[in-house]
Design a protein around this ligand. Sequence first.
Ligand code: ASP
Length: 322
Amino acid sequence: MKKILILHTGGTIAMEEDQDTGFVKPQGNNPLLKFIPPSNEIDLLVEDVFHLPSPHMTPKEMLVLQQLIHSKIQQDNIDGVVITHGTDTLEETAYFLDLTVRSNIPVVVTGAMRSSNELGSDGLYNFLSAVKVASSAEAKGKGVLVVLNDEIHCATNVTKTHTSNVATFQSPQYGPIGLVTKRGVVFHQAILHRESYRVENVTKNVLLLKAYAGMDGTLLTAIEALPVDGLVIEALGQGNLPPKTVPAIQRLIGKGVPVVLVSRCFNGIVQDVYSYEGGGKQLKEMGAIFTNGLSGQKARIKLLVALEVSQNTNHIQNMFQN
Ligand code: ASP
C-alpha cells in the first residue's frame, strides 16, 4: 500500500465559476476532497493547507509546504507527495521545493486551467495524473515534478507559457521528461543534475527586474535606496544591458548586493561574449553572476535560497554555475 500525502493550497483547481457572471473564485469546499484514489493500493493522507489563489503565494508559504513534507516523511512514512496549486506561480513553488526538500520520494505539483464546474475542467484529471506519478517507483529521485495535461516536467525547466490553454506548462528547449498514459507513467529523459540545500527560513529580499531597449539607471538607482539583499536582472540576449544601467549595477555589486543575470530570451544560457559598454564581458568582470538557463523567476527563488545558505559571493556564484 502506497501512502501519498496530498497538500491542497488553492488555485483554480479548487475554484468554481459563477454560472451567471462567468467570474472564477474560491469556494468553501475544495471539490478535490471528494476524490477517491484510483486503486485500493493507494492511501491518501489529505491536508487542506491553504486556500490561496497562487498570486497570493509567497516564499513563506513555500517554506511551510517544505516543512510539512519533511515532518510527514518522518512521522507518517509517506511514499510520495502531491501538491495542488494555482498555476500562476506554480513553477516558483515547485522550484523552491526542488531546491530545499531533502528526500528522494516523488513530490509532484499540479493545478488546473479550468475551474471545477467549467466545461472541460482539467482539475480532477490532472490531480489523478499527479497521484499516479507520485505513487510510481520511477518518479523517485527525480526531484520535484510538475504534472498537467498528461506531461511530466522537471521543476527547473517548466514554465507557464499560455494564459488560458490547458497545454500551458512547457519546458522550453528541453521538453517534458515523461508522460502519463492510461496505463501508467513513462519517463524518457534522465535528470543529470540535482541540488539540495538545507533551508529553514526565508528572510531575504530579492528583487527581479526586466531589461528593455533604452533602459537607464532610474529603477536601479531607486533599488539602491531599498533594503535589498539581492537582485536578478532579465538581461538582453546572451546577457547584455543598456550602457546607462552599468554605473548603478557597479554600485550595487560594490555594496555587496549579488546581481544575478539571466536572459529575457526563454531559450539558451547567458555568457560573457560581448565586450562593448554594458556587454556580458564588462558585467562579468564587474562581478555580475551569470546563470545556466534559469528564468528570472526561478533565479530569484534560487538567490533567495542561496542567501540563506551563504553570504559568500564566490559560493553563491558557484551555486549558479550548476
Ligand atoms: N490565477 C489562478 C491561480 O494561479 C490560476 C490557476 O490556478 O490556474 O491561482
